[in-house]
Design a protein around this ligand. Structure first.
Ligand SMILES: Cc1cc2nc3c(=O)[nH]c(=O)nc-3n(C[C@H](O)[C@H](O)[C@H](O)COP(=O)(O)OP(=O)(O)OC[C@H]3O[C@@H](n4cnc5c(N)ncnc54)[C@H](O)[C@@H]3O)c2cc1C
Length: 407
């Protein structure tokens, strides 16, 4: 089944994995991305699994040892900076930009169209027609919705389904190794560090630099309870009093919000972690959502990555799942007797994986709720994974294996 055309909506990691694999499989694939800007500045650190790099190799991206930073253990610090629990858990962290950049560079420029928001689609028995904001139309044999948690494609095929707010946000940021003292760096390198203030969870991971020559960075994620209706709009209101809804571009965060946030870090976090927060130039805010679709294939339309399922970040699998979705879809298109049979196989394989990830991530985030008892640090580290990455513990080798249609 080659020589067919796929319209890929969304030019982030999910869309790039799909387009890269489809081109290798002899399909034509065009990515339509809403944003005009390069997306590399968007992400922060990511936990990885070997599957992620395997899919990149399949696209033809050579392994880059500088794109990963090894950690040996997970440890938990108390308010005074003392270690209260530790567990040996080897893992490799990477950075969103170190996955996105090679994927984007591997895609021929003619296959990527920026500034092209999808606004509508129509299906018939033979394919799909996509409509874009500039009034243009494109036709393909399939359309892949890789357009993230607020997916326009999903809103068309599943109009009643909305992401649900988890009750907390992730404050996130990246501090440069060169901005921290050598003793702080020495204590945080090679470790995945936790801190557990009441009703909060703070994580800090070393991550690679922006490129092969770059110095390492420290990625942190701080989960804090925020009321959706009352507090979130206030956090998302800029200095001019304009509310941006439930998210806000990081440069528009109010000075008072960042000051409160840094003062709170100094009050409740281990001192070395508060220092990492203080040395972060541009913190940003992400409300945490759950999303679980009942199906991921709709005639000639397939949903992939965060458009299909969003597991809370506790399982650290979003990028690997997007890669696995893309690989499963392309394998199905290569092996099934028809496009319709391929999409049915994709639907069976990936709906189950996505639902299981969402359920596990809800369990892990459950103690982040008002009035919850202080968690036992050793239990948190155990829950977060006794061996290898979290997803590996939850799914073993099946995350990728089950991406094979019929597996
Ligand atoms: C706090 C936090 C921590 C995380 N940590 C990890 C981690 O450790 N490991 C990990 O693997 N994952 C992690 N993730 C998840 C990961 O970032 C996402 O799963 C991943 O980026 C999803 O990729 P995607 O391509 O499906 O969607 P997105 O990256 O959301 O991209 C969707 C794209 O579609 C475009 N788009 C939207 N609408 C349209 C339209 N109508 N037309 C055209 N284009 C459109 C958008 O502009 C965007 O570029 C984390 C997420 C959070 C919030």
């Amino acid at each position: 089944m080659s020589g067919k055309r796929a319209l890929v909506i969304g030019g982030s990691v999910g869309g790039l994995f799909a387009a890269g694999l489809l081109l290798k499989a002899g399909w034509n694939a065009t990515v339509f991305e809403r944003s005009l800007e390069d997306l590399a500045g968007r992400g922060a650190g990511i936990g990885t699994r070997p599957d992620l790099f395997a899919v990149m190799r399949r696209i033809g991206i050579a392994p880059d040892p500088t794109a990963g930073v090894s950690v040996k253990s997970r440890l938990c610090l108390d308010r005074n900076g003392a270690i209260v629990a530790e567990r040996a858990v080897p893992a490799v962290n990477s950075a969103w930009d170190r996955v996105y950049r090679p994927l984007k560079d591997a895609l021929p420029a003619a296959c990527y169209r920026a500034g092209m928001p999808l606004v509508g689609l129509e299906q018939d028995g033979d394919g799909v027609a996509a409509r874009f904001a500039d009034g243009s139309r494109e036709r393909g044999d399939i359309l892949i919705g890789a357009d993230g948690v607020s997916s326009t494609v999903r809103q068309i095929v599943l109009p009643a389904l909305e992401p649900s707010y988890a009750g907390y946000v992730a404050w996130r940021g990246v501090a440069e190794e060169k901005d921290l003292t050598p003793d702080i760096c020495a204590g945080l390198l090679e470790r995945f560090t936790f801190c557990l203030p009441p009703e909060e969870l703070f994580l800090c991971l070393p991550m690679p630099g922006r490129d092969a020559a770059g110095e390492r960075r420290f990625n942190w994620v701080w989960f804090r309870l925020v009321d959706f209706a009352r507090e979130l709009p206030l956090l998302c209101t800029d200095e001019d009093g304009r509310c941006h809804g439930t998210s806000i571009p990081p440069p528009l965060l109010r000075r008072a919000v960042i000051e409160e946030f840094r003062a709170h870090a100094a009050a409740v976090l281990a001192p070395q972690l508060a220092r990492v927060v203080a040395e972060t130039r541009q913190p940003f805010l992400q409300p945490i959502y759950d999303l679980a679709c009942p199906r991921v294939a709709f005639e000639r339309v397939a949903l992939l990555g965060d458009a299909a399922f969003v597991a809370r970040p506790h399982v650290g699998t979003g990028v690997t799942k997007a890669a696995g979705d893309a690989e499963c879809l392309v394998d199905a298109l290569l092996s099934a007797p028809s496009i319709d049979a391929a999409l049915a196989a994709y639907d069976r394989a990936r709906t189950a994986v996505g639902q299981a990830l969402v359920a596990r991530s809800r369990e892990l985030g459950a103690y982040l709720k008002a009035g919850a008892a202080a968690p036992d640090p050793a239990a948190v580290l155990r829950e977060y994974g006794a061996a290898g990455s979290l997803a590996e513990e939850v799914f073993g080798p099946t995350l990728r294996a089950s991406s094979r249609p019929g597996a």
